[in-house]
Design a protein around this ligand. Structure first.
Ligand SMILES: *[C@@H]1O[C@H](CO)[C@@H](O)[C@H](O)[C@H]1NC(C)=O
Ligand SMILES: *[C@@H]1O[C@H](CO)[C@@H](O)[C@H](O)[C@H]1NC(C)=O
Length: 431
């Protein structure tokens, strides 16, 4: 705890030093940007994107549960993977160059591939060349900013005296590069760019499972180097998102910062946001029970206490995952309620599927978070994974995760200083 506090205050101090140019006024830090789903429908196979999204979700859940259990020798919050669900566009440098990153609430660091590229994956935009940018500033080792990233930073053997960062991940993905600050354009308000100078990693060797649709990662976790934390002085530490349903092609999802991130009014409910001292990256909530129609099933006793939280809310995972015994009880209640013949998922991804012919009555699932009952429409809990095959979008996992299918068509707000997550049912395609 002492170490993490020290880490945070050093970083804040160092960030203030780094911000040599004045920032926009706070009101301009109320802005909205678009999130685009990585898995989009393919006209020749209308179900493939659903299967891909859930497969991705399972590999991500595996990684997050390893990290949250602390069993991997990887730095929490400074690691990442290519398995999120949404991309987000920003511009990097001066003159501004495009940067497409995976928007990831499960990691902190911002990084993109950079020239000179010793080893890079094929990416969405031209690789960023810092030598062409007038606003790029390297961070040297043994400076307050570099020390603030310890123990994950080190003095580079190749780029002597640069502050370096290296991560490798359970699935073989990795990034290696130097830490720098640069001007980013995060979005536009009335046609005017919203600028911010941000700490990021300029990755010179990157590989593994990254896909061509992205150039790197934009960490939106709760740790000190995330985009959310770096902007918090200006945004008040608030962000919200509104995710359109899986398969919605015409509309993009939205990510809001600052005053735009407000979630209130009719239908809004709130629950405490928990950041564990040793794991600031993850946003934990406390889930008391799940109801299938009116049948309430309590989270099994013996788990973490309400002040530690027992479920991570994550926008990068599609499925909602619950501990096996809890999941089994919910599954049994759904089977009892749905009354349709069961079939196996042809993609072998989801646990509970039914054969559907015509219109069916599906149960409502309600997630009873501490102080906030979130009632899910059928679209948030069931998905067609093949023709006439309808599956429950919940599954078993040692680490509980509240995923993005459950969160679609809700405005989901994170107010970090006030430690609150809010949910408000809305039609996200109208925004
Ligand atoms: C669409 O699906 C077809 C058939 O499965 C496949 O050959 C093709 O590569 C897919 N296209 C994309 C863009 O994924
Ligand atoms: C994001 O950038 C990519 C590549 O530059 C572009 O194709 C895409 O249309 C952009 N998306 C949005 C939502 O602006």
């Amino acid at each position: 705890m002492e170490a993490s506090l020290k880490f945070h205050s050093l970083l804040s101090f160092a960030l203030i030093l780094a911000l040599s140019t004045p920032r926009e006024s706070a009101s301009e830090y109320s802005f909205t940007t678009e999130l685009v789903r990585i898995d989009t429908p393919n006209s020749s196979d209308p179900y493939q994107h659903v299967v891909n999204a859930f497969r991705r979700s399972i590999s991500r859940a595996h990684r997050l549960s390893q990290n949250s259990a602390g069993t991997l020798a990887m730095p929490p919050g400074v690691l990442t993977n290519s398995d999120g669900s949404f991309t987000m566009n920003m511009s990097i440098g001066n003159p501004p160059a495009p940067f497409v990153g995976i928007a990831d609430t499960g990691s902190d660091l911002i990084w993109t591939q950079c020239e000179p590229c010793l080893q890079c994956f094929d990416q969405a935009s031209p690789v960023f060349d810092p030598s062409m940018s007038s606003t790029y500033e390297v961070i040297m080792c043994e400076t307050p900013l570099c020390n603030a990233l310890l123990p994950y930073s080190f003095c580079g053997p190749d780029l002597d005296l640069f502050c370096m960062n290296s991560n490798s991940y359970g699935d073989g993905s990795y990034t290696y590069g130097n830490i720098a600050t640069e001007n980013f354009i995060l979005g536009y308000v009335s046609g005017q760019p919203v600028n911010a100078i941000l700490l990021f990693e300029c990755g010179h060797m990157n590989g593994g499972t990254f896909t061509k649709v992205t150039d790197g990662i934009i960490g939106l976790g709760g740790g000190p180097v995330s985009l959310v934390s770096q902007l918090s002085d200006d945004t008040g530490g608030r962000f919200s998102y509104c995710l359109v349903p899986l398969g919605s092609t015409t509309k993009t999802s939205k990510l809001n910062f600052g005053a735009n991130a407000e979630v209130g009014g009719d239908g809004a409910v709130s629950t405490p946001l928990i950041q564990r001292d040793d794991q600031k990256t993850f946003y934990y909530l406390y889930l008391e029970a799940v109801s299938v129609d009116n049948r309430r099933i309590d989270f099994p006793p013996g788990g973490p206490s309400p002040d530690q939280g027992n479920i991570i809310i994550d926008s990068g995972t599609s499925l909602t995952l619950l501990p096996q015994d809890f999941y089994s009880q919910i599954e049994a209640a759904v089977i009892e309620s749905v009354q349709l013949p069961r079939v196996n998922d042809p993609s072998q991804t989801l646990s509970l599927c039914f054969q559907v012919a015509t219109e069916v009555n599906l149960p409502f699932l309600t997630f009873h978070f501490n102080g906030a009952d979130v009632r899910l429409p059928a679209l948030n809990a069931f998905v067609l994974i093949a023709q006439n095959v309808l599956c429950l979008t919940l599954g078993p996992s040692p680490t509980a995760l509240y995923g993005n299918v459950a969160q679609t068509n809700f405005l989901v707000g994170h107010d970090i200083p006030n430690k609150i997550v809010s949910f408000k049912p809305v039609d996200c395609t109208l925004f």
